[in-house]
Design a protein around this ligand. Structure first.
Ligand code: NAD
Length: 354
């Protein structure tokens, strides 16, 4: 705990949450409690069959399924989904999926104010935030708006148990990244640091368990709990270098979200560890020296190690550095060109952290 209780502010949304309840039952209950009878279920194309089965299990309060969600919430897909929900007279959206599907639900809510119920199937944490990232013309922008905060969230470990192991690992590291950057956030407070510490501990313990036994619902439940706490702090405090770099690599170079987080995290943490000092004590207690320890942890889980394996060309590194330097933001250690370029070079090649 911080020694002194400095003044702090929190954004607490009036959301309802079910943890560990079978998802279809909880969705039915959530819709009924909000007086909603004409929900559209959202999913990605690859989760479409699963979504249709889920809609049947929920019952008549789900009137249709839209399986067009894609990563980084392109505005064209949102426009198509808006036409769809309007044409069927929907009174709510239920997002069954990861951050991409939740992002589509949020974009619909921003435009229509329809209530959202989210059933997360990854560890990305978007359901707990009032943040929406959207892409238009290849540029990703982020807004924070209370209208995009979901009204209800349903965590059912069976829903993440189908996540393939490789995605489980990268998505889990994505959640860990939220908690690590929350520990050294400038606007952190005792509550967010406590949640981040608990979230980290659950993820660091739970992820190896899940990799060893992907169908183990106790381990899935632990990681889902951890990811929930990591998502909560993502919605409360400002993120720094790590998230900004991933935003640039995803938004401007089309790199996949969770995999990019997995590769960048040890390098960004190593860059910041000296400046963050004691703020990373909880992470040190779990993995040892922050950058190296996280890299060892990620490698042990079989995570991708190099941006070049995710499709980034060596020739893109200068431009990525330039874009990342364009918008100044707070970071524990000042962001300077040479250090940032060297970080990206190491992450690109899959080298050890600094
Ligand atoms: P995703 O939602 O894109 O899912 C990745 C792939 O895995 C998709 O093909 C999906 O269909 C599939 N999938 C998801 N869950 C599955 C399951 N249980 N079983 C089988 N397949 C499954 O990936 P993501 O990493 O969760 O989300 C990434 C997106 O979310 C990015 O656009 C990112 O910017 C956004 N995001 C936003 C916030 C926020 O607060 N606004 C937070 C985190 C992530």
């Amino acid at each position: 705990m911080d020694d002194t209780l400095a003044p702090f502010a929190l954004r607490l949304a009036a959301m309802r949450l079910w943890f560990g309840t079978p998802a279809a039952d909880a969705v039915r209950e959530a819709l009924a409690s909000l007086g909603l009878t004409r929900a559209v279920l959202l999913s990605t194309a690859s989760q479409g069959d699963n979504a249709r089965r889920f809609a049947e299990a929920v019952g008549p309060a789900i009137i249709d399924v839209f399986s067009g969600a894609v990563m980084h919430t392109p505005v064209e897909v949102t426009a198509e989904a808006l036409t769809f929900v309007e044409s069927v007279g929907a009174d709510a959206v239920v997002s069954l999926g990861g951050g991409s599907t939740t992002g589509l639900g949020k974009a619909i809510a921003l435009n229509t104010d329809l209530p959202q119920i989210v059933v997360p199937t990854t560890y990305a944490g978007s359901e707990s935030t009032a943040i929406l990232g959207q892409t238009e013309g290849g540029r990703k922008t982020t807004i924070t708006d209370p209208r995009v905060q979901p009204e209800a969230i349903i965590f059912d470990p069976a829903m993440v148990a189908t996540l393939p192991v490789a995605l489980t690992v990268t998505s889990g590291l994505n959640a860990i990244a939220h908690a690590v950057e929350a520990l050294y956030a400038r606007d952190r407070n005792p509550l967010t640091s406590t949640l981040a510490t608990e979230g980290l501990a659950a993820m660091i313990k739970g992820l190896p368990e899940v990799v060893a036994a992907p169908d183990d619902l106790t381990a899935r439940s632990r990681t889902q709990y951890g990811a929930f706490l990591c998502g909560l702090v993502l919605g409360q405090v400002g993120m720094s270098l790590h998230h900004k770099l991933c935003h640039v690599l995803g938004g401007s170079f089309g790199l996949p979200h969770a995999e990019t987080h997995a590769v960048i995290l040890p390098h960004a943490v190593a860059y910041n560890a000296g400046a963050a000092g004691d703020q990373l004590a909880a992470l040190r207690a779990l993995v040892g020296e922050p950058g190296r320890g996280l890299q060892r942890f990620a490698k042990g889980l079989g995570a991708p190690m190099a941006l070049r394996d995710l499709g980034l060309a060596a020739g893109d590194l200068d431009r990525a550095t330039e874009i990342a330097l364009q918008n100044q933001y707070w970071n524990p250690r000042p962001i300077e060109q040479a250090g940032l370029r060297a970080l990206l070079q190491r992450a690109w090649a899959g080298d050890d952290t600094e």
